[in-house]
Design a protein around this ligand. Structure first.
Ligand SMILES: O=C(CO)[C@@H](O)[C@H](O)COP(=O)(O)O
Ligand SMILES: [Co+2]
Length: 222
């Protein structure tokens, strides 16, 4: 099974975003964390930044919306032409309807859950999503420690995906480095977001390849 490494530009040098993206050309996508100071206590990027990113990189943009008003903004991001839009289950009462709207616009639809949110209610609608993001830290900040207790949610999602033959990508985000990526790969993740471990490395491209190799060595999914 392929694995995907999506570096998070939250850990990049914001004064040189275009050159930071050149450092990760071997990645599968660029993870873009959008925060609104309501859903999480932090503020980051909005539409104008994403429009410029689309102009300066060939890499697909993997949007992670940590915002309250997803019904308003998720379709707007999708309409810009990004690759995927992941919104939080905790931010909407109608996750399936929103996912359908995103797919109709042409973006991959992703559902994210915080560490304290159970995965079970979403397993029965997994087919409605292209990716499930199991947060491995509390959303809001980069540089936090991986929470191994979230792994049981991945195991459960992988079991349902395999049993139902679903091509849903299982993503982890937060505290992913060359050690924790092995734990997440063994639990069933196939898509790995890494911020500080990639952009904090002297050779970000080599770090992407190292993470990819570690994930491939520990994935058990056929
Ligand atoms: O969504 C988030 C944080 O809320 C992440 O995407 C972080 O940006 C990951 O950063 P590291 O934990 O890898 O430094
Ligand atoms: Co993120």
């Amino acid at each position: 099974m392929p694995v995907r490494i999506n570096p998070s530009i939250l850990a990049a040098d914001f004064a040189h975003l275009a050159t930071e993206l050149d450092r990760i050309s071997s990645a599968d996508a660029v993870h873009v964390d959008v925060m609104d100071n309501h859903f999480v206590p932090n503020l980051t990027f909005g539409i104008p930044v994403v429009e410029r990113l689309l102009q300066v990189t060939e890499l697909p943009l993997d949007m992670h919306l940590m915002i309250t008003d997803v019904d308003r903004w998720a379709p707007t991001f999708a309409e810009l032409g990004v690759f995927s839009v992941t919104f939080h289950a905790e931010a909407t009462d109608e996750p399936v309807a929103l996912a359908r709207r995103l797919r109709q616009i042409g973006a991959r639809a992703g559902l994210a859950i915080k560490p304290g949110t159970p995965v079970e209610p979403y397993l029965e609608v997994l087919a409605e999503f292209d990716q499930l993001l199991v947060m491995t830290v509390e959303p809001g900040f980069g540089g936090q420690s991986f929470m191994p207790e979230t792994m049981s949610k991945l195991v459960a999602a992988r079991e349902v995906a395999s049993r139902s033959g679903l091509d849903v990508w299982l993503q982890v985000d937060g505290g992913i480095n060359e050690q924790t990526i092995e734990v997440a790969a063994r639990a069933g993740a196939d898509t790995f977001v890494a911020g500080s471990s990639v952009f904090g490395a002297d050779d970000a491209g080599a770090q992407v390849q190292l993470l990819r190799q570690r994930a491939l060595e520990h994935t058990h999914v056929a």
